[in-house]
Ligand binder design. Structure first.
Ligand code: S3P
Length: 171
């Protein structure tokens, strides 16, 4: 299938890295949150508000089954909780973008669109809870990843070069 799957916590920069990967390689890119928003014709925040998180996770599962069956040679960026789908390994090479929690929050807060970035992520509305979620998820991310890229202090282009080099070696 030759897909690359970007996993990692909310705000770690999966979207920015995905945009840089497509500029610097032959991959095309898709994003699981974008697919879900199109499927439902609703923003993620609204899906959480109207239908709840359990429903959202069911949509992620539907997307994962479609990706496994139908998508090849693609960079797939995922929502921070997408890694929980059962068939992640069947979809492609799993690349974790890793960063300490405090750096992630600092990165979001310093972004020109900080308010928007925080607002659109229901699970970041309470930073204490978000930190707990990070602590719980990080070992699971590390366990699943074929490749780990520490993104702290690196530009999206630097991360991209590292990803492409490591993916080449991995396959
Ligand atoms: C989530 C992360 C979000 C989005 C949803 C849930 C999570 O995506 O899928 O709000 O469970 O971590 P980003 O990682 O792109 O923020």
């Amino acid at each position: 299938m030759n897909n690359i799957i970007l996993i990692g916590f909310m705000g770690v920069g999966k979207g920015s890295v995905a945009r840089e990967v497509i500029k610097n390689s032959n991959y095309i890119a898709i994003d699981t949150d974008d697919l879900i928003e199109s499927m439902e014709n609703k923003k993620i925040k609204k899906i959480f508000e109207d239908e709840g998180e359990v429903y959202f996770r069911k949509l992620e599962k539907d997307v994962s089954l479609w990706l496994e069956k139908s998508v090849k040679n693609t960079l797939i960026s995922t929502g921070g909780g997408f890694y929980k789908v059962k068939n992640l390994k069947e979809i492609g090479t799993i690349v974790l973008l890793d960063s300490p929690f405090d750096s992630i929050i600092k990165r979001i807060k310093e972004h020109p669109n900080a308010t928007k970035k925080l607002k659109k992520r229901p699970l970041l509305s309470d930073l204490k809870k978000a930190k707990e979620l990070y602590k719980q998820r990080r070992p699971e991310y590390l366990e699943l990843a074929d490749i780990v890229v520490n993104v702290d202090g690196k530009s999206a282009l630097e991360c991209t070069k590292e990803i492409l080099k490591k993916v080449k070696k991995h396959v």
